[in-house]
Design a protein around this ligand. Structure first.
Ligand SMILES: Cc1cc2nc3c(=O)[nH]c(=O)nc-3n(C[C@H](O)[C@H](O)[C@H](O)COP(=O)(O)OP(=O)(O)OC[C@H]3O[C@@H](n4cnc5c(N)ncnc54)[C@H](O)[C@@H]3O)c2cc1C
Length: 283
């Protein structure tokens, strides 16, 4: 049996790992030069900052077990259950000292992955898994469930200051703001106390791509006078509308990712694993 997984985000990696662990050969193809997808970290002046998912939460026992394994390996740590602007008690948010992408890199170990290779048509295999946002899957195959998904964009900025000039906080939901959706203290999240904030724009503002304006809005909200270095990263497909849990299938083609449930890392992991179990059960 041959299985090809397209997309090395957390869904594709979880899927491929489960398939490999069942003794079935699997190949992963990823268009980016590295793994992780929206579980994304970049290196700016030698320091890693998280620009996609801000943190990971778990209420599924299996995924919580996954996080605990990463904690024991020193890759993840419980960070905070307290964000400014949250309504009521929040869940425990987990962060990664080496950047959240390091969790994807850990899953990728031992897998056969081809990086920097964009798939433009359906590969030949007994099973093909498209582990990506529906609109991106549509460039590969015309799948009805992919057409039904709807997505919102985001824009992330990494703001690097000369020193920490704000009152300590972990992160903030900026409710009802036209430009800013969230601000996270990346130095607090990563644990190195670097003077770095990461902000995400609202879906309405994101298409402008205006990182400087987003940075200025963050400065106004937190009362910071200094103009930071700004590195901006657009996310055309950031957040899907929540859909039914699991995955979609058309013949030997599977679609999985965070659109199958509440959009978050846990959902993508569960969706990828569910596809793997379906493939394994039919071998
Ligand atoms: C700004 C932002 C903030 C977020 N905050 C949080 C948060 O705080 N907590 C949380 O739990 N979740 C958060 N999320 C959501 C979380 O990042 C996602 O749920 C999760 O990472 C999705 O994983 P995935 O594998 O389904 O998709 P992706 O990570 O999008 O992976 C898809 C992969 O497929 C690849 N690909 C696409 N097309 C092709 C092709 N044609 N050929 C080859 N490869 C292809 C892509 O390059 C990508 O690597 C956030 C997301 C964003 C963007």
């Amino acid at each position: 049996m041959t299985v090809i997984v397209v997309g090395a985000g957390i869904a594709g990696l979880a899927c491929a790992r489960e398939i490999l662990d069942a003794g079935i050969p699997v190949r992963v193809i990823e268009r980016a030069p590295g793994v992780g997808g929206r579980l994304a970290s970049v290196r700016i002046d030698g320091r890693i900052a998280d620009i996609g998912a801000a943190y990971v939460t778990a209420d599924d026992p299996a995924f919580l077990g996954r996080l605990q394994s990463w904690r024991i390996a020193g890759l993840a740590r419980p960070w905070t259950d307290s964000f400014r602007g949250q309504h009521g008690p929040g869940p425990m948010r987990w962060s990664a000292p080496g950047g959240l992408r390091s969790l994807a890199e850990d899953l990728a170990g031992e897998l056969e992955i081809t990086l920097g290779a964009e798939v433009t048509g359906l590969p030949r295999a007994d099973a093909v898994v498209l582990a990506m946002p529906g609109p991106e899957a549509l460039r590969i195959a015309d799948l009805a469930p992919a057409r039904e998904q709807s997505w919102l964009p985001s824009l992330a900025v990494v703001l690097t200051y000369g020193k920490r000039v704000w009152t300590d906080f972990h992160g903030a939901f900026v409710n009802d703001h036209p430009i800013v959706a969230t601000i996270v203290d990346d130095g607090d999240r990563r644990g190195d106390r670097a003077p770095v904030l990461v902000a995400h724009a609202t879906p309405e503002f994101a298409p402008s791509g205006d990182g400087a304006k987003l940075a200025a809005a963050v400065g106004e909200i937190l009362g910071i006078g200094e103009t930071p270095r700004v590195d901006a990263f657009p996310w055309p497909y950031a957040t899907p509308a929540p859909g039914p849990a699991g995955f979609a299938r058309a013949g030997n083609v599977y679609l999985c990712g965070d659109a199958f449930g509440k959009p978050r890392v846990q959902t993508a992991w569960l969706s990828g694993r569910a596809v793997a179990r379906s493939i394994i059960s039919e071998r």
